[in-house]
Design a protein around this ligand. Structure first.
Ligand code: SIN
Length: 286
């Protein structure tokens, strides 16, 4: 049965809370289409008071595209598409504790991520989101035009190498070190959203190494400027989780940042990450 969605925008740049839907149920196509429209319009959407088993989260995620299996983070036993994002009271570093877009280090980056809150600290542990469409639109026409002609090189090397930030969390999470060469992939610095046509900056401090064809110093100067610009407060929204909350963000137009402000407490989330449909299926779905 179709469920009527109540969609409430939460901030100027991005974000909407959706109520009136139970994500554990097999939802009709029109409800999935309405959720997808809300996602691409608001860039990140939130649901409260959900009760999802890992299998139900997988089933919901698969309605939006094939699910990614993370190359470095071991998924749940029997449910490899589900990443358990856990910070134990004794851990110092959290997963995702810096601005990034998920999986931009892959040749075909993920289009979205669906994060479900299992257990939360008594305070803290919010996630910040920043609209990269708003960030692009706030630039001068001159810089917009320059960036539209450029590509950037992305890699997992910084985060998942032996010294990397993520690789240091092996205690609580099963994060592997990248073993040897992890690959570098080139993506446009400005993505045109395939569903809305809206343009967004597509570089991030975690995975973007340099601008293709530029000297290191030139590249660093422009990227540092953009990384600073892209997290300007007016482009952001901060989500305070409760047990059962779900956030679903569009990686093509949103950065996110998991705050690490709850020392000595446990936080447990589950994420599934949505890849794009293979081209033939995407055309069939239109
Ligand atoms: C992530 O980067 O996917 C983790 C976000 C979070 O735990 O809030």
């Amino acid at each position: 049965m179709s469920q009527s969605l109540n969609i409430r925008r939460v901030a100027g740049a991005l974000g909407a809370e959706i109520s009136g839907v139970d994500l554990a149920q097999p939802l009709p196509d029109e409800t999935i289409a309405a959720i997808r429209r809300a996602l691409v319009e608001h860039q990140v959407i939130f649901f409260r008071d959900q009760d999802l088993t890992p299998a139900q989260q997988v089933a919901f995620g698969r309605r939006f595209g094939p699910l990614n299996i993370h190359p470095y983070v071991t998924g749940m036993a029997g449910q490899p598409e589900v990443m358990e994002i856990i910070k134990e009271p004794s851990d110092r570093i959290n997963f995702g504790g810096g601005w990034h877009s998920d999986m931009s280090f892959l040749e075909t980056p993920a289009i979205g991520s669906i994060l479900y809150a299992v257990e939360l600290p008594a305070w803290g542990g919010d996630t910040l989101f920043a609209s990269q469409a708003a960030a692009f639109e706030a630039l001068s026409p001159g810089l917009q035009k320059t960036l539209e002609g450029l590509n950037a090189v992305h890699s997992a090397s910084r985060e998942y190498s032996a010294q990397g930030h993520s690789a240091q969390k092996r205690g609580a999470m099963q994060v592997a070190e990248a073993d040897g060469y992890v690959g570098e992939y080139v993506h446009p610095m400005v993505l045109v959203h395939p569903e809305t046509g809206r343009k967004a900056l597509y570089v991030n401090p975690a995975f973007t190494l340099r601008i293709e064809g530029w000297k290191t110093k030139e590249s660093k100067a422009l990227l540092d400027y953009l990384f600073d610009h892209c997290r300007y407060e007016a482009f952001t929204w901060r989500f305070a989780w409760a047990k059962g909350s779900v956030a679903f963000w569009d990686n093509r137009s949103v950065w996110h940042f998991a705050l690490n402000d709850y020392p000595g407490q446990r936080r447990h989330m589950r994420r599934v990450t949505v890849d794009p449909w293979p081209a033939a299926q995407a055309v069939a779905a239109e």
